[in-house]
Design a protein around this ligand. Structure first.
Ligand code: CA2
Length: 145
């Protein structure tokens, strides 16, 4: 049976493919999501959401409690700052995979700290758009035991 998965993206990720292609690649978020849906057809039913506001991301995690089996989450820069998102991840009691396009540990020092990793199932980063594939594969394998 296909798993119900939320693919959640945080601030500025709606700009993917339009700026800073040397850091984040030239693929748009729409393309990444479409590709992911094709790759995992039959194994996962994906719903996606993107927001630039912390409160909307928290609401999406709360709502996911009612329908999702797990979450692939790129929290963007909120990764490094948000105690509120950390609490929402804990509260939703779903397996959440923290997912990054870039290898945050190879970048500025302020990106080396995550407020969220400790309450996530796992962390994936550094593979560009493929990070989402690796994150979802890991999440599905976890759900299947
Ligand atoms: O590597 C990642 O996926 C990040 O979550 C991306 C965030 C960054 O703050 C995190 O440290 C790592 C930034 C997303 C901004 O995306 C843009 C896309 C196109 C142009 C400008 C920003």
């Amino acid at each position: 049976m296909a798993r119900q998965i939320l693919v959640l993206n945080g601030p500025n990720l709606n700009l993917l493919g339009t700026r800073e292609p040397e850091v984040y690649g030239s693929t748009t978020l729409v393309d990444i999501l479409a590709h992911l849906g094709n790759e995992f057809a039959g194994r996962a039913e994906l719903r996606d959401a993107q927001s630039n506001s912390e409160g909307e991301l928290i609401d999406a995690l709360h709502d996911a409690r009612t329908w999702a089996d797990g979450v692939v989450f790129n929290p963007g820069a909120y990764t490094h700052t948000s105690v509120a998102l950390r609490d929402a991840i804990s509260a939703c009691e779903l397996p959440v995979v923290e997912t990054h396009l870039s290898n945050v540990h190879a970048r500025e020092e302020f990106r080396h700290t995550s407020m969220l990793s400790a309450v996530c199932l796992g962390v994936v980063g550094g593979f560009g758009r493929h990070s989402y594939t690796v994150a979802l594969e890991g999440l599905l394998r976890h759900l299947d035991g």
